[in-house]
Design a protein around this ligand. Structure first.
Ligand SMILES: *[C@@H]1O[C@H](CO)[C@@H](O)[C@H](O)[C@H]1NC(C)=O
Length: 209
């Protein structure tokens, strides 16, 4: 009886110290892809922090979701919607974003989708925005693999909450769509608390003439 209690104690101590060693190994590392779980156990390509053009299955948590009073909202102020911009002329894109703590941007080559969404102490999503410009040809749906200008707005917004990019004068004549794509730190689209809401992104159309 005594010996079995002793064995039980040894096993317990061993288990506790194993847990301890595991905890030491698993130091909180913000940029870490979680091991495949649920449906991802069977999916052929597991997320590993890289962008995979063939797709992948991620077991990452959605993370921290803000309250309705802190939902992201965006408007493109430049160029104005419907602007007619002369060919070969460079122009500025300006975007105003509210409820986004800008300047949070993981390396898209190694840390894509590997941080859950995080909030500031004030409950605001930490992330960044992108702008993307596509030529609209005919009335069809634009091909998302084709774009004429793309830029991550990775820096912190200016004192007025604005983010800017300069498009060099290299767009050919035609009708274009400019959209924002707001993202959490590791590039996932922002996760919001309610489904019915205003858009977190904005799009405008402009022409190169
Ligand atoms: C215009 O120049 C930018 C910056 O070099 C580049 O990223 C973009 O792909 C170019 N677009 C076209 C249509 O050539």
């Amino acid at each position: 009886m005594k010996s079995s209690i002793f064995i039980l104690l040894v096993v317990l101590v061993a288990l506790v110290s194993l847990d301890f060693i595991e905890a030491q190994k698993e130091k909180p590392n913000k940029y870490k892809t979680p091991p495949p779980a649920g449906i991802c156990k069977k999916f052929p390509i597991k997320a590993n922090g890289k962008q995979n053009p063939k797709g992948q299955c991620s077991s990452q948590l959605l993370g921290e979701v803000p309250g309705v009073s802190k939902m992201v909202s965006t408007i493109i102020t430049l160029p104005p919607n419907g602007a007619k911009i002369p060919a070969k002329k460079s122009f500025k894109i300006r975007v105003l974003v509210s409820n986004l703590q800008t300047g949070f941007f993981s390396d898209p080559e190694t840390d894509y989708y590997d941080v859950p969404q995080t909030l500031t102490k004030a409950g605001v999503i930490q992330g960044h925005a992108h702008v993307t410009v596509q030529k609209l040809i005919g009335k069809g749906v634009p091909d998302p693999t084709k774009f004429d200008f793309f830029q991550g707005l990775n820096e912190r917004a200016d004192s007025k909450g604005g983010l800017e990019a300069i498009v060099p004068g290299n767009l050919t004549k035609g009708l274009y769509r400019l959209c924002t794509m707001v993202a959490s730190e590791s590039h996932q689209p922002v996760v919001m608390p309610v489904a019915k809401r205003g858009s977190q992104d904005d799009c405008i159309r402009f022409s190169i003439v």
